[in-house]
Design a binder for this molecule. Structure first.
Ligand SMILES: [Zn+2]
Length: 50
């Protein structure tokens, strides 16, 4: 089973899930709602629940 985590977009505050491979990486996440690109460290909230 693929592990995921949830992030909150710093621009539009919507939440979406990402593949866990992107956790602790240097890749930017892309918000599916507003197309904002941001690092996970810029997310106001991160939820790692399974
Ligand atoms: Zn957004």
């Amino acid at each position: 089973m693929e592990r995921i985590f949830w992030v909150e977009c710093p621009k539009c505050a919507d939440r979406f899930c990402c593949d866990y491979e992107l956790r602790h990486s240097k890749y930017k996440l892309i918000c599916p709602f507003c197309s904002e690109q941001f690092l996970e460290s810029e997310s106001p909230e991160i939820d790692e629940r399974l």
